[in-house]
Write a protein that binds this ligand. Structure first.
Ligand SMILES: Cc1ncc(COP(=O)(O)O)c(C=O)c1O
Length: 371
């Protein structure tokens, strides 16, 4: 039995009819960039998140750049980011001309560590990016207090956490501004690249919308230097169809996570991920830690089981960020975890049989190492 890492075809099968009729309408109206579908999605996503404003943009990296710029981050400042994140978190900072400052994560959840954040603040720090990694919320209370005391912005990277909740409130509406990615494999995935910025702040939303549309609120009037980052109608149709299923799909991910925890409990050499707030975690990725990770990954691959590493190299040790001059030892927990983390198949359509097969191969591979 092959077990895919994600199963976009199964998701598509559930929404295919809805998407077909939505696309027919888009192609009949030829409203491709912006238009009623985009406006409807922006309203529905804002409502889902619990804020007044959602600005649909071209991808998650743009969303982060725009959220940071909207929150006042400018060239020459420093922005604190977790060392363990997708590279886009840092790229968005660099694109503004600011300097990303990667800091360590906590040992248990691999989320940005507030203590490391507090230590990294300097006179030129303008913001902290709280990445809600793997579907789980970063420690917002502590980070909000640190940022409030320092007078700097707290920007959320919610690319991996659509639908995640903190004390009943949905991610994207917890702080001043959040950016998200609707890359196809995300919990809420488009049929291509897409992203959004969400905020309760009308001025920030207006600034993001202006920047994302060539710095223009009125056609051919350009008051600031912006960019082209707009959501298109095809993506909006797809996202509207999936949004109606997001909570159900996230629940199914949660059940799959519980099953993995049962199947892999007490297996020597395997550490399952915990959840800070089990009800609120949306399990974008199920990241275990395992001894001899590369050998285990290879065994899974040979058995037809999709698995991955998120992420093999902490930001400061990538070639792209060599220029930061931060060597090994900068973020010891993230660096040590990078050699042991392994992401198992995780998606709403994972069956019990599939998970049993993953566990079978995994346990055999882990035991193989012990012999
Ligand atoms: C944590 C994180 N931040 C940012 C991004 C960037 O999103 P995109 O690929 O849509 O630009 C992604 C996803 O790819 C991500 O996982």
């Amino acid at each position: 039995m092959r077990v895919p890492f994600v199963d976009l075809a199964a998701q598509h099968a559930e929404i295919a009819d809805e998407v077909r009729s939505g696309l027919d309408a888009v192609f009949a109206a030829t409203a491709f960039v912006g238009g009623p579908e985009v406006t409807a999605f922006e309203q529905e996503y804002a409502e889902f998140v619990g804020v007044d404003h959602c600005v649909g943009v071209a991808n998650g990296t743009d969303a982060l750049e725009l959220a940071l710029r909207g929150a006042g981050v400018t060239a020459g400042s420093e922005v604190i980011v977790p060392a363990n994140t997708f590279i886009a978190t840092a790229e968005a900072v660099s694109r503004i001309g600011a300097r990303p400052v990667p800091v360590d994560v906590d040992e248990e959840h691999l989320l940005i560590d507030p203590v490391a954040v507090a230590e990294a603040i300097t006179g030129v720090t303008s913001a902290v990016v709280a990445v809600h990694l793997f579907g789980q919320l970063a420690p917002l209370d502590e980070l909000a207090e640190i940022c409030g005391d320092a007078g700097i912005a707290l920007v959320e990277d919610a690319a991996q956490s659509q639908g995640a909740r903190w004390r009943g409130r949905v991610v994207g509406g917890l702080g001043r501004v959040a950016a998200t990615s609707f890359y196809p494999g995300k919990n809420l995935g488009a049929a291509g690249d897409a992203g959004a910025v969400t905020t309760a702040d009308p001025e920030l939303a207006a600034r993001v919308r202006l920047l994302a549309n060539h710095g223009s609120a009125t056609r051919y009037v350009h008051d600031v230097i912006g960019m082209n980052s707009r959501l298109d109608a095809v993506q909006a149709v797809y996202l509207r169809a999936k949004l109606g299923r997001l909570d159900k799909w996230n629940d199914l991910r949660g059940r799959a996570a519980l099953r993995y925890a049962e199947l892999l409990a007490d297996v020597p050499g395997i550490q399952c991920p915990g959840a800070i707030e089990p009800e609120g975690h949306v399990w974008h990725l199920y990241v275990i830690r395992v001894d001899e990770r590369d050998r285990v990954l290879q065994a899974l691959g040979e058995a037809g089981i999709g698995a991955g590493i998120h992420y093999p190299t902490p930001v400061h040790l990538t070639g792209a960020y060599r220029g930061l001059g931060l060597g090994p030892g900068t973020a010891p927990i993230a660096e040590a975890a990078a050699g042991r983390i392994l992401s198992l198949p995780m998606h709403p359509h994972l069956t019990e049989d599939m998970q049993a097969r993953v566990a079978e191969v995994l346990v055999a591979a882990a035991n193989g190492g012990a012999r």
